[in-house]
Design a protein around this ligand. Structure first.
Ligand code: IVH
Length: 677
């Protein structure tokens, strides 16, 4: 069985990666069948890297959630050469030299995947998810024939490879032709199809879809490579599928040449691409530049101009969001664009309408970039009909009739009626119960509308006062496709709803804070505020200045937080949540203390007793700070095995104390003793 497994994997690699074959398809199939038969007879001897997993056949009911060892970040985008030159200037300034290189790759428009290899075997394939944790889709990943199940020469026991799963354009067209023939609706585009396919329960269907994957990132704990280029060449060598479109560039000018070269050429590739990813090549330079909250400072993407189409603007409608923001929406003559029919497009705000100078009846150009909602990018004045008329921006909320306001310097109009404007009330509750907030999954917008219409609730804090008698057998009406539908809540559903509301009291404080729906306070900001202030009471007592003092929190957020808590109604709601028993304080992690308070550490290399992240968390839990690169502010460099020599040199030059693992443990012990003494 092992001999057959190895032999078939060898031929598979030859065929799919090198487009060569040493045996006929028939012979290959015969050998595969033989192996399948043996595996059925001796299932306990089936190897994890058996090529039979390529054909699928496993059913996964629920994909397990896996926490990423290294966060899966996204890239900042640029849309013009000027913005790209700004990026280059930031890099130059950050490194303090102009001696650096870039590595350019195309930006593949597919689905990000993380592949974890242990002892040379593909252990797991995980989706990006929210960047911190994703879904384990290993069985589906194994069907992708260009992804090696086993590596012959791994450099370390465990490493991670990241890349983009995609469906070749040609296969996508074929799939759609077949669907239409069968009377099924065509799929929108290769990317969505790939994403849907990877989440299928039956890996046999996944195998039939013949997905492919390009890899572009190598990660391990040992800093094996000095440059990104070295890591890519290594991946190539050990059998990963690397798109042969990359190029090393020694100046931003060469990067621009690369961008121009691929602007048209890229359409000939099998994979859809929407831009270029520019990465600083040296790994030491990368760690010196570090990250912002969401993106690396050492990489950026340049997006090619999106495809556009021309159509007629029939009318403008207005949507009211959960925060009361009004968005004008263009109602268009339907037009086919990049795989889908577009009927509506966002116009963002009144300024945008003014900037475009668009009138009702105009012929406009519509573009679809990476974002789901298309946008209007221009007006063809030569086609303006006599009947066209300027846009009269609304003055009153289309939902509740309240006069709209527009704060100085802001582009958006707002409906100030937070308390009773229906989409705002509903939107805030929907946000509160959403997955990343309080995760009350048994409630949906319909039921909430029902509760609102029966006056059982008027805001999210009222959810915690609902009783079984109130909601069991509750009858309400709902409008679906313009028709009135009668609904009622059954006993079992009523119990489930109350259970999940109860359960949400266990949700950690940072998610409760996010759930409050304060403008501009997204998940990451909520985490930062929670960590800094620890309790809701300290946040509400905080002044504007105290809030902007928090790392990476700016004016706009601080203003919004202060304004939220200056509203007595919001404080009433928070008090009510508090007395219902929701978590309003950050939970102290076990073993927490402040023995390393005021000290800044840089951690590099591998350690015997800790994973690198565990070590960083330990330092943080003791009040220490972690920096990604060495500077004069660094107090200690904690150095494990295989640390990059540049870091060591820099620390020595700056006279920073270097601790090995034993010395670090000693420091920790000494400090703890000092505190307890
Ligand atoms: S490198 C820190 N390289 O673009 C992020 N990403 O917004 C490192 N992508 O999630 C990503 N082609 O799914 C990188 N050649 C390429 C890429 C690429 C496509 C996607 C990837 C990532 C997103 C970043």
């Amino acid at each position: 069985m092992k001999a057959l497994t190895d032999e078939l994997n060898y031929h598979n690699h030859l065929y799919y990666q090198k487009s060569q074959s040493e045996i006929s398809d028939y012979e290959f199939d015969q050998k595969l069948k033989e192996l399948e038969k043996l595996e059925a007879e001796y299932p306990e001897l089936k190897l994890s890297y058996s090529p039979t997993s390529r054909v699928g056949g496993t059913i996964t009911k629920d994909f397990e959630t896996v926490v990423h060892k290294y966060r899966m970040l996204s890239l900042g985008n640029t849309y013009s050469i000027e913005e790209l030159e700004d990026f280059d200037a930031r890099v130059k300034k950050g490194l303090g030299t102009d001696d650096y290189e870039y590595f350019c790759e195309l930006k593949f428009d597919g689905v990000a995947i993380s592949l974890i290899y242990e002892n040379g075997m593909l252990k797991r394939g995980v989706t990006r998810g929210d960047g911190t944790k994703g879904d384990d889709i290993t069985n589906n990943v194994k069907t992708i024939r260009t992804i090696p199940l086993k590596i012959e020469k791994p450099t370390t026991d465990s490493f991670e490879v990241r890349g983009e799963v995609f469906m070749a354009k040609e296969l996508f067209v074929e799939l759609n032709e077949a669907r239409v023939k069968e009377g099924e609706a065509p799929l929108a585009n290769p990317r969505n199809t790939t994403s849907g396919t990877l989440k299928m329960q039956d890996s046999k269907i996944v195998a039939n879809r013949k997905l492919n994957c390009y890899l572009y990132t190598y990660l391990d704990d040992t800093e094996t490579f000095k440059t990104h280029e070295e890591s890519i060449r290594f991946l190539e060598e050990i059998g990963f599928n690397i798109s042969q479109t990359y190029q090393k560039c020694t100046s931003i000018k060469e990067v621009i040449d690369y961008i121009n070269k691929w602007a048209e050429e890229r359409h000939k590739l099998e994979v859809e691409t929407d831009g270029v990813v520019i990465k600083v090549n040296s790994i030491d330079h990368q760690s010196e530049l570090g990250f912002t909250a969401k993106n690396p400072r050492w990489a950026i993407s340049y997006k090619y101009k999106a495809e556009s189409a021309s159509t007629v603007l029939k009318d403008i409608s207005y949507q009211v969001g959960r925060t009361g923001a009004i968005t004008p929406v263009a109602e268009l003559e339907p037009v086919f664009l990049a795989g889908t029919t577009v009927k509506r497009a966002s116009l963002h705000n009144a300024n945008e309408i003014e900037r475009l100078g668009v009138q009702i009846g105009d012929t406009v150009s519509v573009e679809k970039g990476g974002e789901i909602i298309p946008k209007i990018t221009g007006v063809d004045l030569s086609k303006r009909p006599e009947t066209s008329h300027p846009v009269q921006y609304i003055e009153f909320c289309p939902e509740c009739g309240t006069k709209l306001v527009r704060a100085e310097g802001e582009a958006q109009h707002y409906c100030p009626n937070q308390e009773t404007c229906p989409p705002q009330v509903l939107g805030r509750i929907e946000h509160f119960i959403s997955r990343n907030a309080l995760n009350i999954e048994t409630l949906g917008p319909r039921t909430i509308k029902g509760f609102l219409s029966k006056n059982l609730i008027s805001n999210y804090s009222d959810l915690y006062h609902l009783t079984y008698d109130q909601i069991n057998n509750l009858q309400f009406e709902d409008i679906e496709d313009g028709e009135v539908v009668k609904r009622s809540i059954k006993e079992k559903t009523a119990n489930n709803i109350l259970d999940s509301i109860q359960k949400s009291k266990e949700i950690p404080f940072e998610r409760v804070l996010f759930g409050l729906g304060i403008r501009f306070v997204g998940k990451t900001v909520a985490e930062k505020l929670a960590e800094h202030f620890s309790t809701i009471d300290k946040i509400r007592a905080a002044s504007f200045d105290e809030i902007i003092a928090v790392h990476e929190i700016g004016d706009r957020i601080a203003e919004s937080v202060v304004s939220f808590f200056s509203n007595p109604k919001n404080n009433e709601i928070v008090d009510s949540l508090k007395s219902s028993g929701l978590k309003m304080e950050i939970e102290e992690k076990e073993g927490a203390g402040d023995s390393l308070k005021g000290l800044t550490f840089v951690v590099s290399g591998v350690f015997d007793g800790y994973g690198r992240d565990d070590l960083k968390n330990l330092i943080k839990s003791q009040g220490g700070k972690i920096a990604s690169s060495i500077s004069s502010k660094t107090n200690y460099l904690v150095a494990g095995a295989n640390m990059g020599p540049a870091k060591k040199e820099k620390a020595e030059n700056l006279g920073i104390e270097i601790l090995d693992e034993i010395a670090f443990n000693q420091l920790l012990e000494d400090d703890k003793n000092r505190i307890t003494e």
